[in-house]
Design a protein around this ligand. Sequence first.
Ligand code: FAD
Length: 549
Amino acid sequence: MNSFSALDRAKYIEKLKNETFDLLVVGGGATGCGIALDAASRGMKTALVEKQDFASGTSSKSTKLIHGGLRYLKQFEIGLVRESGTERAIVHRLAPHLVLPEKMLLPLIEGGTFGKLSTSFGLWVYDLLAGVRGDDRRKMLSKKQALSLEPLLDESVLKGGGFYAEYRTDDARLTIETIKTAVRYGATALNYCLVTGFVEEEGKLVGATCQDVFSKKEFTVLARQIVSAGGPWVDVLRKQNDGDLGKKRLQPTKGVHLVFPHEKLPLRHSIYFDVPDGRMVFAIPRGRVTYVGTTDTAYHGSLDRVVCKVDDAAYLLAAVNHAFPSIELTLEDIESNWAGLRPLIHEEGKSPSELSRKDEIFEAPNGLISIAGGKLTGYRKMAQRIVYLVEERLPEDFPKSTTRNIPLTPDPLPSSKAVEDYIKRMEDKVTGFGLDRYYAWYLVTTYGKQSEEILAGMKKIEGDLPEVALARAESAFGVRAEMVSSAADFFMRRTGRLFFDIKSIPVVRQAVMADLAEMLGWDEPRQAAENQALDQLLADATTFYENEF
Ligand code: FAD
């Protein structure tokens, strides 16, 4: 079986250099990783290169919902709602520990976006399109029922509520598990590998020039077909390819989320609430925190460093304080934040919120296929469409896509109930290690049954605080099995600590950095650079800037 270890990096580079692939995917976000899995599982010889880390672009900055997109119903994007609704059930089945059912409360308020009748009908259609059955179907609530579910709501304007089914995930982990699965099916995938240009022969694309970001060495990857899934960078890659964007181009919009300690915003349920300007925002309890988002504003800053501005934080604070007036949150209450870019397609005369979330495929005359837009929720279906297009261009036939039946971890838990039972069993184990019960939930919803491997690693670590020993065992697992190649990979995308448990970072940092340095052979300058990069990430997660970069 193929490995997915940062320790085998040189081996992957040799493979990329020396073999010719049926398909090269550029970009290791949810879309690119989904494409790699679809292609590899259908027997295509597949490679994927990612300029930074897997999921380092938009795919770690979303609202982290696998959802049907209720607001798209309002825009009559029925096809999008139906596809998302079907897909969320499939993705839940493929990774029940990672895509968890999440009941959403939609408060109905005086002068709000949705009235009682339209909500009742809208949620009924929403459930119908997604095939939601039984007890999971939407329930309409009286004012009293809505308040008893969520006492922090503003009683003076509340009229009732809708209560309906969605799913919550960890976008970065979903992306990582997808690429790990693609590699199990034979794909070759490398992070920190930048595509610097494309190679053409007789007007047809035959490869891409790549740079190993760590050694700065250049090499060429040869492939019969190339797909760019570059997210917000898709136009940069299209320009690199033939310089021509044609009529359709990207218009990134920025979305910010704020993270509060749960005790500061102690919601009992996820809530999708009205903002006075007519938009709607989510507030989602998750483990130790509650996060709130998102904004949706036109963006013209750096694609590589997207930050939360004072205005973004002020907007979300006002929104949350308006919906839950007894809370009175301030900037000081914000524990962490993240900001990301939606790779949306420009439409003349439309505001950021009005732009369609549909995906778009661009085909260049020399054969480069680019895909952008869409949603995390639809990554599997988007991947299927792209790989069928790739197949049309290859002379041979491949078996049909089976990703709807390919679990995203090697030893999957079969259902939500099994996940709950497993968390309960895990509680005894983690408390046996001297850890808080919280870590049972954390481990299972992060790694599923791979938690066992981490706990086995923890047994071998002596003399540390339990939290430190756990983080060290996780980092060893991350390097060996999840291509952790930098401190940011570990703290931000494999463990989510930067967003959901930022206070734990100073506690475990020194030990984890020392282990990473030893495992990955970092010299002193590299250790200094890694520490500096982590300091910047911590600063960006806790600072509100006046301007974009
Ligand atoms: P990305 O994740 O950005 O991946 C593109 C990758 O390409 C990057 O990792 C980048 O480094 C790499 N790349 C670029 N150039 C190169 C190069 N030259 N060489 C090599 N690699 C390169 N969707 C949902 O379903 N549910 C939600 O709740 C949700 N909420 C959202 C909230 C916000 C604020 C935002 C911004 C989006 C949200 N979305 C949501 C949408 C979803 O996050 C995106 O559709 C999805 O993550 C896009 O994935 P992607 O792979 O296309 O792009």
